[in-house]
Write a protein that binds this ligand. Structure first.
Ligand code: GLP
Length: 249
């Protein structure tokens, strides 16, 4: 694991974007795994800037998103489909046919999960971007999710629904189900970049880095990935004993 500490959210966003930019320059037709949530918004802003400055192009990049809510329309303002268009896709030159986000049609969501899963095995991600939940979930793999899981329909933790209710009018409106890549799919990426900021993530970050590998702490499985980079701000790193700004082991 390589853990890098930065002053604040903006610094994490810049460093994470530079990391992704380097990967796109190295392989312009890369397959990129994308995350939603507040954590990657700054990273996406910096990617858009790099695109506008003609440093990178997304013309040949293919993307796969981690997850999507089930129970709201894909055009709902809080769907991850809407999120991705608002914060990234509408501002870059990615081709619509290269965008993959799990479909969430309630009527055949199990079948859609299977299709998404199959497609991912033919499209190994070169890099997967991840955030982390307060309960150490990755994607929507909640505590207790099997470490060998593949794309599935998950019942969201009450904690996750409460955390995400800030984006909805009320807790009642927050979907109870989601479709998510499984941990096995996430681990199948060649490289992983996880970003976290804020005090509320400190405990999850600590357990991910130093805790035992257990399905109670889904992010702890990342200790077993051969190429994982973690970028955190000072607040999220506050429980890690770091003498310098990096921790490599
Ligand atoms: C969400 C997403 C995760 C994300 C996490 C943290 O529910 N499903 O992919 O990493 O929760 O979100 P945030 O970055 O807003 O703290």
């Amino acid at each position: 694991m390589r853990v890098y500490k930065y002053k604040d959210y903006d610094e994490v966003s810049k460093a994470a974007a530079n990391f992704v930019i380097r990967e796109i320059i190295k392989k312009p037709n890369m397959i990129l795994g994308l995350a939603t949530g507040t954590s990657p918004i700054g990273l996406y802003k910096n990617l858009i800037k790099a695109y506008e400055n003609e440093i990178i192009s997304f013309k040949e990049v293919k993307t796969f998103n981690l997850d999507e809510y089930v129970g709201i329309d894909k055009n709902h303002p809080q769907s991850y489909y809407s999120f991705m268009h608002q914060y990234l896709f509408d501002h870059i030159d990615i081709l619509p046919e290269n965008i993959n986000i799990p479909s969430n049609d309630e009527n055949n969501v199990e079948e859609l999960a299977e299709q998404y899963n199959k497609k991912m095995f033919g499209n190994q991600r070169d890099l997967q971007i991840l955030g982390i939940g307060k309960n150490a979930h990755i994607g929507f793999n909640e505590p207790g999710s099997q470490l060998g899981s593949q794309t599935f329909i998950v019942k969201l933790d009450e904690q996750t629904r409460i955390d995400n209710s800030r984006f909805f009018n009320s807790l009642d409106e927050v979907p109870k189900l989601a479709i998510t890549m499984g941990i096995r799919n996430i681990m199948y990426s060649k490289k992983i970049l996880l970003i976290a900021s804020g005090e509320s993530k400190a405990e999850a970050v600590f357990k991910m880095v130093y805790g035992e590998v257990t399905d109670d702490v889904p992010a702890s499985i990342l200790q077993l990935h051969p190429d994982i980079t973690i970028m955190v701000d000072e607040a999220a790193a506050s429980k890690l004993k770091m003498d310098s700004n990096q921790l490599i082991f």
